[in-house]
Design a protein around this ligand. Structure first.
Ligand SMILES: Cc1ncc(C[n+]2csc(CCOP(=O)(O)OP(=O)(O)O)c2C)c(N)n1
Ligand SMILES: [Mg+2]
Length: 561
């Protein structure tokens, strides 16, 4: 009965709605535009904690990483225009990475909307292309309905970000309304005829290859897929920065189909007769810039399994498109009997090529960064969460680290710099019992290095590596290739990173030689504080396989100079 309902202000209705939808952690920077929401959050703080951050960019990556790690929508709270624009990077990341996220933005009151009032932006237009749904809650009594819709939309099909704007007067006003129960997760299952057709294609295959990727997986589904692929001796690769979706120690694992791909693996994907892609979007990074498959009609018989119907046939016309959630698909897959095993030998060859590929090569300088990554891969607990950002430094991580289980990797598939550090803060807060390692570049780290303050404030103890080459190295590499010798805008003058960490109350180390790393890591991880290890590498060591000078020389030769 309506009269039994308590009257609550908008901020309280909203905080209760978030709790009802299952939110347990929110990240953000406060604003005077959403004071009632802060007031509502105060009352539910034992259920839903609010992590106060230093910049909305960092907060938005934290919310995104939380969503990626837990599979539940990350919640991001920001203020009007400046907060929303700072926080937009996490929305873009969540969209490209298929991560569920709900962003709440304090908005100008309805009494002054459309006057370009203080910090006013129309978020429907601003986030139109970046989010699955953008709305403004204009009536306080409809908050539970909007929040329920937001969580359903963020989770349904291909997960992604949703944005809700909150006019100030609406938040302050009151209503007596009921909460809405927890959202459902709506994802389709494959039709029996889809499985039948897949069975026929695989029965006739000589060189099949599977690629696994995207958002919307569960631990159970990745385990079941591994068991199925191994029992049939099928080779499996993972899409860009989704290497943790298939245990890298499996005899079926052939490597990652991403940036800096093993050329032999690229050839294998090209030569496949049946290519089964489960969850990956088949974007630029996973297709070698649309060269591993022909656009729009691939030579391989492409089976594209995706939770978002609109992704199937987006670039490549598949032989078979299956609109399905991945746990639903993998469960059905287990019922598929395959007599054919013509590919077992080539799976063994793919595995051998992968193992050869991940062995570190020697690079210039006293600090062999590849060996450091190998050491970490061999010594860290199996369930360690490794976060990374964008830059060439991540290439060593992708190539030499072996991911051993579901959600042990959090990386931005949209290649957004500054992700690794805040992602690690969120990971440590969401999974305090697990070891967390952030791997950052010197350029990458300082995009969100201020979030060390958040890590210290929250007591999130993890180790961050900052790979210092004094360069926006990735761009320098491309610059030398396209305009050899014409260096411009890519050098960095860096602070003393270890001192920077200490200034915030963290632990800091600087390592310049391979043999000093293990002891420094033990000290850092044993410090019980947010710890940072600066790795000083030779700037000439530009990728795991080549040097900057070799890139320049090759480019000069190519020009006949
Ligand atoms: C937010 C953002 N800004 C700019 C870029 C373009 N970009 C890609 S890699 C890179 C340099 C990365 O530098 P650093 O973190 O030092 O890594 P390195 O390549 O030197 O290993 C830049 C500027 C980007 N990907 N993301
Ligand atoms: Mg650098």
């Amino acid at each position: 009965m309506k009269s039994d309902l308590k009257v609550r202000h908008g901020g309280k209705i909203l905080a209760d709605a978030l709790v009802a939808q299952g939110a347990r952690m929110a990240f953000g920077v406060p604003g005077e535009s959403y004071l009632p929401l802060l007031d509502g959050l105060l009352d539910v703080r034992d259920t839903l904690s609010f992590v106060v951050c230093r910049q909305e960019g960092g907060a938005s990556y934290m919310a995104e990483a939380y969503g990626k790690l837990t599979g539940e929508p990350g919640v991001l709270l920001v203020t009007r225009g400046p907060g929303a624009t700072n926080g937009s990077v996490g929305v873009h990341t969540a969209f490209q990475d298929s991560t569920p996220l709900v962003m709440l933005i304090g908005q100008v009151g309805n009494d002054m909307v459309e006057r370009e009032a203080f910090q006013e932006i129309d978020y429907r237009r601003m986030f139109g292309q970046m989010a699955k749904w953008v709305a403004q809650i204009d009536r306080v009594e409809r908050i539970p309905e909007y929040v329920s819709h937001a969580f359903h939309t963020a989770m349904a099909g291909r997960p992604g970000p949703v944005v809700l704007a909150l006019p100030e007067d609406m938040l302050f006003s009151e209503a007596a309304v009921a909460d809405v129960a927890h959202h459902h997760v709506i994802r389709p299952a494959p039709a029996p005829s889809d499985l039948e057709r897949l069975g026929e294609l695989l029965a006739g295959a000589q060189k099949p290859f599977l690629i696994v990727g995207g958002g919307g997986w569960t631990r159970g589904a990745t385990d079941e897929l591994r068991a199925w692929a191994e029992s049939h001796g099928l080779p499996v690769g993972t899409s860009f920065r989704c290497q943790d979706l298939f245990d890298n120690r499996s005899p079926s694992y052939a490597g990652d189909v991403g940036i800096g791909i093993n050329p032999k693996l690229a050839q294998r994907v090209k030569d496949a007769d049946v290519l089964v892609v489960i969850g990956a979007r088949l974007g630029e990074m996973t297709t070698g810039a649309y060269t591993l498959l022909e656009v729009p009609q691939p030579r391989q018989a492409l089976v594209h399994v995706h939770a978002g119907a609109e992704e199937i046939g987006r670039v490549f016309r598949p032989a078979l498109g299956i609109n399905s959630g991945y746990p639903q698909f993998v469960r059905a897959l287990a019922t598929l009997e395959l007599a054919n095993a013509a590919w077992r030998k080539s799976t063994e060859a793919a595995r051998a090529e992968y193992l050869e590929w991940i062995a570190p090569r020697s690079m210039p300088g006293d600090l062999q960064y590849g060996q450091v990554i190998r050491w970490l891969s061999d010594h860290l607990p199996e369930d360690t969460i490794v976060t990374g950002g964008a830059g060439n430094f991540a290439g060593w991580l992708h190539r030499h680290f072996q991911y051993k289980g579901f959600r042990t990797q959090l990386g931005p598939t949209n290649g957004s710099m500054g992700y690794g550090y805040p992602a690690a803060v969120a990971a440590k807060l969401a999974a305090p019992q697990r070891t967390v390692l952030a791997v950052c570049g010197d350029g990458d780290f300082l995009m969100n290095g201020q979030e060390i303050a958040t890590a210290v404030q929250q007591g999130a103890a993890f180790v961050a590596l900052v790979v210092n080459n004094g360069l926006y190295g990735t761009i320098r590499m491309h610059q030398e290739r396209e305009y050899p010798g014409r260096v411009f805008g890519t050098a960095l003058h860096n602070p003393d990173f270890a001192a920077y960490a200490r200034a915030f109350g963290g632990h800091g180390e600087t390592v310049s030689r391979t043999e000093d790393f293990a002891a420094a890591y033990e000290r850092a991880s044993g410090s019980g504080k947010p710890a940072l290890i600066e790795l000083r590498i030779d700037p000439d060591a530009i990728t795991p396989a080549t040097t900057l000078s070799a890139v320049r020389e090759k480019a000069l030769k190519g020009r006949g100079s």
